[in-house]
Design a protein around this ligand. Sequence first.
Ligand code: SF4
Length: 78
Amino acid sequence: MRLVVDLNRCQGYAQCAFLAPEVFAMHGDEALMYDPQADDAQREHVLRAANACPVKAITVEAEDVAQARARAGASCVG
Ligand code: SF4
């Protein structure tokens, strides 16, 4: 899955690092490091982190969400 963090918006609250520590990590007091190509297994955690971010700095790419929906739809049909 692909995600983007708007680092201009990010205030270093670290909610994401708490909720998805495999994907987000604080480096020092304020700098956020993250994996923009996070493993699909982290999806739940990443979505939770995105929802929890107080400044809504985390975006899961729309294309990725569309693919996930398509996959979910396909598995329901099958
Ligand atoms: S929760 Fe949001 S503001 Fe806090 S570190 Fe993560 S991206 Fe930045």
